[in-house]
Design a protein around this ligand. Sequence first.
Ligand code: FMN
Length: 196
Amino acid sequence: MTDPFALFDEWLAEARLSEPNDPEAMAVATVGEDGQPSLRMVLLKGHGPEGFVFYTNQRSRKGAELAATPRAALLFHWKSLRRQVRIEGTVTAVAEAEADAYFASRSRDSQLGAWASDQSQPLESRALFEARYQEMRARFEGQDVPRPPHWSGYRVTPERIEFWIDRAHRLHERRLFLRDGPSGDGDGWRESLLYP
Ligand SMILES: Cc1cc2nc3c(=O)[nH]c(=O)nc-3n(C[C@H](O)[C@H](O)[C@H](O)COP(=O)(O)O)c2cc1C
């Protein structure tokens, strides 16, 4: 059987060659306590059998929703390839050390931005945000910028991955991979097809 993670690697590698920008961009859907889904784009920053990782402010809307309901759906749509990948699964925060290492690899401006932004909270004016940014610049002058405690990564551990590819006459191809349940052989995946 095809390994869905190897297939994802292949498709992402092709997207890196053909997308005009941000081949790692993906939509992340979360759900509110009232059942209302919400959706936004983020950048994929790590992936493999253990999951798909993105970074954000944990006090954002998505952070609050994931704290209450730690499940998410991800969607990649590579227009240049006419392909989509749909992923669903459970969500956990990445380890502190992993988040520290990624934060340290970001540009200083992005690091200061993470401190300056109360992501998804109401903002009175653009000028206030810029003033907060300058404040952070002064605060951390001459030292490394530490990772804000509320800024970290989430790992979506997939239970379901679907690869969709455009075919002629709308006879598209859909390959579905489902992680074996407890009765299965552990880390295995089952592959099947879906009608388009
Ligand atoms: C292409 C693209 C990539 C983005 N990447 C991220 C990201 O990696 N992390 C992030 O927190 N927001 C990212 N954003 C901004 C989010 O879409 C969103 O505005 C923000 O995270 C607040 O979402 P929330 O209120 O649902 O939590 C990105 C936006 C775009 C258009």
